[in-house]
Design a protein around this ligand. Structure first.
Ligand SMILES: [Zn+2]
Length: 287
């Protein structure tokens, strides 16, 4: 059942169509339902196009997540919407590109300038290298989703008996929320146009994606912020651990190690992101 995106009150329909609806020459001829509880439109995003949705998603507006997760993409039998599967594939391919660029450009103390970070892997044919990164990213993404789905939806999840989070019986909806909120990852398409400091951009982006993931989980599961943060943290830890195992198997155990310098770099990236978000919010307020 759809909900009002402003107050979460369940509603029967989000709009009423009148005669001639669907006929382009006569306009839309639909009327948005007004919520009985809060008196606002139940779902204003019904009439908005994808660009508006994407901008509001980047700005982490809870209403847009409620629109996508409760009113558009959720199916009664908890199966994936085809557009979500396409988005998942696109995100994976972006992840391959970003991870590859990040690992290649990372400065490691024991590697001389001019030598590749990727060691023997760098001597392999490019297709072979691509498949390695594809496996690395698929395995890490899978670990991220499986761990969060386990914690939210499995009967064996420790969170339900501890009273932290009641069991949520729709694991595919959880994955949908994670994929939709990871769309921020598509931003590096701008890197094709502008020259970026790739490792710093990848880090800032990583934090932006985490913030979006936390918000989407909180809205879908209707839980507290710290519960959503806990889930996102558990997912990130599983992703990192699986990534380490794959890298170590390929003899690249030194790459991407958590050192002091990477923590400072993370801090700097987070700060840059906050400053950027503040400037952007200021510009929007003026405009
Ligand atoms: Zn309402």
């Amino acid at each position: 059942m759809p909900i009002c995106i402003e107050c979460r009150h369940p509603v029967k329909t989000l709009w009423t169509s009148y005669s001639g609806a669907g006929d382009k020459s006569s306009g839309h001829n639909i009327r948005l339902t007004v919520c009985r509880k809060c008196g606002r439109f139940c779902d204003k995003y019904v009439e908005h196009d994808f660009v508006v949705l994407f901008i509001d998603m980047v700005l982490i507006k809870p209403q847009v997540y409620r629109h996508l997760l409760h009113n558009t993409l959720m199916r009664d039998n908890d199966c994936f919407d085809p557009s979500i599967i396409r988005l998942g594939v696109l995100l994976l391919l972006f992840d391959v590109y970003l991870t590859w660029a990040r690992l290649e450009k990372q400065t490691l103390p024991h590697i001389a300038p001019g030598q590749s970070n990727l060691g023997e892997l760098a001597q392999q044919p490019i297709v072979y290298q691509y498949f390695f990164f594809l496996i690395l990213c698929s395995a890490s993404t899978l670990a991220f989703h499986v761990s969060i789905r386990f914690l939210t939806s499995s009967r064996f999840s420790p969170l339900a008996p501890l009273g932290i989070l009641p069991r949520y019986p729709r694991p595919n909806s959880v994955s949908t929320a994670l994929l939709v909120s990871s769309s921020t990852k598509l931003f590096p398409i701008l890197m094709i146009i502008w020259e970026y400091d790739v490792p710093a951009a990848a880090r800032s982006l990583g934090w932006a994606v985490v913030a979006n993931n936390v918000e989407a989980l909180r809205i879908l599961l209707d839980c507290k912020y710290y519960t959503a943060c806990l889930l996102a943290f558990a997912g990130a830890a599983a992703r990192w651990a699986v990534g380490r195992v794959v890298l170590a198997t390929a003899g690249l155990a030194d790459v991407d190690s958590m050192s002091d310098s990477s923590v400072t770099a993370d801090g700097k990236a987070l700060w840059a992101l906050l400053v950027y978000a503040k400037q952007w919010a200021g510009r929007l307020a003026v405009g």
